[in-house]
Design a protein around this ligand. Structure first.
Ligand code: PLP
Length: 461
């Protein structure tokens, strides 16, 4: 760190933050007696706070975002050059970085052809929901309008996204919700709902989706929206057999498959997108966080040409287009940053690194599990990993949230930032989360593991 922040009067910054900033997803009562944390600077895998304290960031900006690490001058320069040339024009027109980024993205997504630009993961998902609803009206007299989502998944913060949200604690007190969203069971084998394992469990979890479709009536269900690997709901990697059966069910009942890649998108699991591990062919893919690694706000809803065609097949109908706009979807900073982000991922071999380091970290987490009785399960794909804490391995009673927070708090005191599931389900906020930047080295992983080991020993003995 170059100490530049000391040029600002940091006391003033912290006081202004305390007086005026409403922090995301935060209890503010503690700030009455203690300072909020202000992150001042970042470089590579590390960030520095207002006290000049260095932290290894094990969660890529807190929420799986800064995939290529901090302080990337080439992204900053690409954005700067683009902003000087043209900062903005509404998305009803094209832009140079918008077109070039879209083409580059589509090269990585065989079977998909169209990119709708917007700003956040929630918005990208809303776009897909609106497209599904409009298709239902255009093609099915409004009937095939229901959207299925999965217990424990999260798709964003707007009321429609919360209506598609499978995490009760996120939803509590925000109802009434948007009608037409229906939940299907989660697929976390560790918390099995059927007395089966492995591929048989995967098939049962997928068949449970079919049961919901049959109960609701296939002619009322327009789409199924799923995270490829569930993030905040507990880092859930679907079991073998799950995805092929899900695809089969969607085809059987003419249900559009929407994959929410907001977390997995751009490399997090070791492929460009999480769904690409499973050989499935989605109709919609939404993405946000890792698209530009947080250097600019950009999100996309990518569709197949089949979906796109449904919006242009009848030129005599005045409503026959997607009547949607996203003002800042026309900002050029987003695609300029995203293009450079993709260049970095490719040139530095970050997908390969993610696979290698992810496998290494999973092994290390298994070794921690052998040592610490409180770890009930470890799971993950690429650099997207979790360790679920339990009070008792035989009953799998979830560890209480306070104790889990004590572990992340102790890591923080050691200068290592790790996450925990975000109050996904009451009583189930018990999974430690790791999502270091895709540039992570073996030393970085060792540091994350050592800090966790020490914290677990301190909190649980
Ligand atoms: N989808 C998933 C899987 C997410 O984890 C999130 C945010 O954490 C979102 C959607 C919403 O994205 P945003 O916060 O950019 O609106």
């Amino acid at each position: 760190m170059d100490g530049k922040f000391l040029d600002n009067d940091i006391e003033k910054v912290v006081a202004a933050d305390r007086a005026h900033v409403w922090h995301h997803l935060s209890q503010h009562k503690p700030y009455e007696t203690s300072d909020p944390r202000v992150i001042v600077e970042g470089k590579g895998m590390r960030v520095w706070d207002q006290h000049g304290k260095e932290h290894l960031d094990g969660v890529s900006g807190g929420v799986w975002t800064v995939n290529v690490g901090y302080g990337r001058e080439r992204i900053a320069n690409a954005v700067r050059d683009q902003l000087i040339k043209l900062n903005y024009f509404a998305g009803s027109a094209g832009s140079v970085p918008g077109a070039m980024f879209s083409e580059r993205l589509i090269e990585k997504m065989p079977g998909l052809t169209r990119v709708y630009h917007t700003n956040s993961g929630s918005e990208a998902n809303e776009k897909a929901f609106k497209m599904v609803r409009q298709i239902a009206h255009k093609r099915h007299g409004g009937k095939k309008h229901k959207i299925l989502y999965r217990e424990r998944d999260y798709h964003g913060t707007t009321i429609a996204c919360l209506s598609a949200g499978g995490q009760p604690e996120r939803n509590a007190q925000y109802g009434p919700f948007t009608p037409g969203f229906v939940e299907v069971p989660h697929c976390l084998e560790y918390r099995a709902q059927w007395d089966l394992t492995g591929e048989e469990y995967g098939l049962a979890a997928a068949n449970a989706i079919e049961e919901v479709i049959l109960r609701e009536g296939p002619d009322t269900v327009g789409a199924l929206c799923l995270e490829p690997v569930t993030a905040g709901g507990g880092v859930i990697v679907p079991p073998e057999g799950y995805w092929p059966r899900v695809q089969e069910i969607c085809r059987k009942y003419d249900i559009l498959l929407h994959i929410d890649e907001v977390v997995c998108g751009l490399g997090r699991t070791g492929t460009w997108f999480g769904y690409q591990h499973y050989g499935i062919e989605p109709d919609f893919v939404t993405m946000a966080k890792g698209v530009a690694s947080g250097y600019a706000a950009i999100a996309c809803c990518v569709t197949s040409e089949r979906v796109f065609d449904m919006f242009k097949d009848d030129a005599t109908d005045p409503l026959n287009y997607f009547r949607d706009i996203s003002t800042f979807g026309g900002c050029t900073a987003g695609p300029a940053a995203a293009l450079e982000n993709m260049n970095i991922i490719e040139e530095e071999g970050l997908l390969e690194n993610t696979v290698k380091m992810g496998d290494y970290m999973l092994d290390q987490l298994h070794a921690l599990k052998d040592k610490h009785e409180v770890i009930g399960d470890v799971r993950g794909k690429g650099l997207f990993l979790g360790a679920e804490l339990v009070k008792d391995r035989s009953t799998k009673e979830p560890m209480d949230e306070k104790s889990v927070a004590a572990v992340t708090g102790d890591c923080m005191a050691q200068g290592v930032i790790i996450g925990m599931t975000n109050r996904s389900l009451p009583g189930f906020n018990n999974t430690l989360c790791y999502s270091p930047a895709l540039i992570a080295t073996k030393d970085d992983i060792d540091e994350l593991i050592t800090a966790t080991d020490k914290a677990l020993t301190k909190v649980f003995g």
